[in-house]
Write a protein that binds this ligand. Structure first.
Ligand code: NAD
Length: 483
């Protein structure tokens, strides 16, 4: 029997290999969609979202057993609409052939780069933003002229089933195919010879996906997770930092890839930060249990994992503050109040594993150099947040740390800027989507040399050592040996 009532997670609803072959043949029939054709597909995606908006919000709510409507609107739907508009506005410019400088050796020829669609892009989606993380890469892939196959997350089955229905209503199976299913389906999916795979999910599974893709030499964009730190400088008002961090950390109850994972706080301000953060969370969510603004944890298993990590920290000597403003009992719900963890040590799971939930460890530091060193001694994170008004110190932090993106005096909002690439570095991912970089990611930059009627190479051709050849080589060497 199926593990949940929406679909059988162990079997794809369509045969995966033949579905991809079908899309590949469809692509070969129109390998160079015009800007107008791409925009028409984006328009259909837009129309699909307009039509399904309310149903999608309800589906995500059911999957989470309580997902804030405001959050689904603000963090899933608005950014996809923005992305569609952004791609529509810019794709004609991005598609333009770019003429390049021709070297002397090719005198008389023209050189140019054309951006060609790759073919069929496979998109693998996690559960935390099951609409945005499927349809945002899709918009980028369509803008670059590709077709796509999407594998939704088995932990957001209502949303996955609805996205499938929506796509089937607005697109043909010669354009986009949506597949629902669990790990077995995902494994088979990522072994298919796509022209590109965009995988969003954990670092551990990202590595498996990259290995599977390597067998077909399929290029991958990996949008992974990790521990994104925030550093607060001693000169920055600690209450202000706490408020700004609380806004971001509360979203989706911390189940966001770029959620601040831990905070580097000046040692003497740990309690001050903890109090201010608790007050800010209590202000946003005066109650939590039946408050629709505060999102639940996606599954029992995830909730248990988070509770185990809190227990692990306590057993190793941490001081855990539970932010439960109305003193509610959460038994029988999948809600988990926010926890601040003080007195942390490096052997605690909250400092070793990505948190991905409403837990916030505070790591004390003494000097800014110590804080930078701490970040650099750990895996390169997806995001880094730094709170400071001093521009020189800001530059120092930006230049001396590595992360996918940075926000200064702010958290998470860099993900919402379509005009900038989004992606990780090292264990937090590779490749980008959003922005022109996203278009390039989903295109092949093809180099083309166009020779005219005049053929300069004949003047220097073998037998080598002829006068023209000697003149050309000597002239070039003399010029190029200068630096
Ligand atoms: P996950 O890695 O468990 O699953 C993601 C997807 O991979 C799902 O569709 C799943 O079915 C599939 N999958 C699972 N096992 C697979 C396998 N062996 N082979 C191929 N595919 C497989 O991640 P999750 O729990 O759904 O999401 C949470 C993680 O995603 C966190 O680490 C988070 O930081 C990360 N994330 C990253 C971003 C980003 O943009 N960088 C965004 C959201 C979430």
């Amino acid at each position: 029997m199926s593990a949940h009532p929406i679909y059988d997670i162990d079997k794809p609803e369509v045969a995966l290999g033949p579905s991809l072959e079908n899309l590949k043949s469809a692509f070969l029939r129109t390998p160079a969609p015009t800007a107008a054709q791409r925009i028409e597909r984006l328009q259909r995606l837009h129309q699909a979202l307009v039509t399904y908006q309310d149903r999608l919000i309800k589906a995500v709510d059911r999957d989470f057993n309580g997902r804030s409507r405001a959050e689904t609107l603000m963090i899933e739907l608005l950014p996809i609409f923005e992305g569609i508009h952004y791609n529509k506005k810019h794709l004609r410019k991005w598609m333009k052939t770019s003429s390049r400088k021709t070297p002397l050796m090719l005198f008389g020829a023209k050189t140019e780069v054309r951006y060609q669609p790759l073919g069929v892009v496979g998109i693998v989606v996690p559960w935390n933003f099951p609409i945005f993380l499927g349809l945002s890469p899709l918009a980028g892939a369509l803008a670059a002229g590709n077709l796509a196959m999407i594998k939704t997350s088995e932990f957001a089955p209502e949303t996955g089933a609805l996205i499938k229905q929506m796509i089937e209503e607005f697109f043909t199976s010669d354009e986009i195919i949506v597949v629902n299913g669990g790990v077995e389906v995902a494994t088979e999916f990522t072994q298919l010879p796509f022209d590109h795979i965009v995988f969003t999910g954990s670092t551990q599974v990202g590595s498996i996906v990259m290995q599977a893709a390597a067998k077909n030499l399929t290029p991958v964009t990996l949008e992974l997770g990790g521990k994104s730190p925030a550093i607060i400088h001693d000169d920055f008002p600690i209450e202000e930092a706490a408020k700004r961090i609380a806004f971001g950390k509360g979203l989706n109850a911390g189940q966001v890839c770029v959620s601040p994972d831990y905070i580097l706080v000046p040692r003497h301000k740990i309690d001050q930060f903890s109090d201010a953060f608790s007050a800010a969370i209590a202000k946003h969510y005066p109650t939590m249990r039946d408050n629709n603004d505060y999102t639940s944890i996606i599954t029992e298993r995830q909730r248990d994992r988070l509770l185990d990590n809190i227990e692990d920290a306590k057993q190793k000597g941490a001081d855990v503050v539970v932010i439960n403003p109305a003193n509610e009992d959460f038994a029988g719900t999948r809600k988990l109040p926010m926890h601040v963890v003080k007195n942390v040590t490096s052997d605690m799971r909250v400092l070793k594993e990505e948190i991905f939930g409403p837990i916030l460890p505070l790591v004390p530091y003494d000097t800014l150099d110590d804080a930078i060193e701490y970040v650099q001694n750990h895996d390169r994170p997806l995001a880094l947040y730094y709170f400071d008004w001093d521009k020189r110190r800001v530059d120092k932090v930006v230049q001396n740390t590595h992360s996918g993106g940075v926000c200064i005096n702010e958290v998470m909002t860099h993900t919402m800027v379509d005009d900038m690439p989004f992606g990780g570095v090292g264990p937090s991912g590779m490749g980008h989507y959003h922005g022109k970089e996203g278009f390039l990611n989903f295109s092949k930059a093809k180099s083309i040399v166009v020779k005219g009627r005049f053929d300069a190479s004949q003047y220097i051709a073998a037998p080598w050592g002829n006068k023209m050849f000697n003149f050309f080589i000597n002239f070039q060497l003399k010029r190029l040996k200068k630096f």
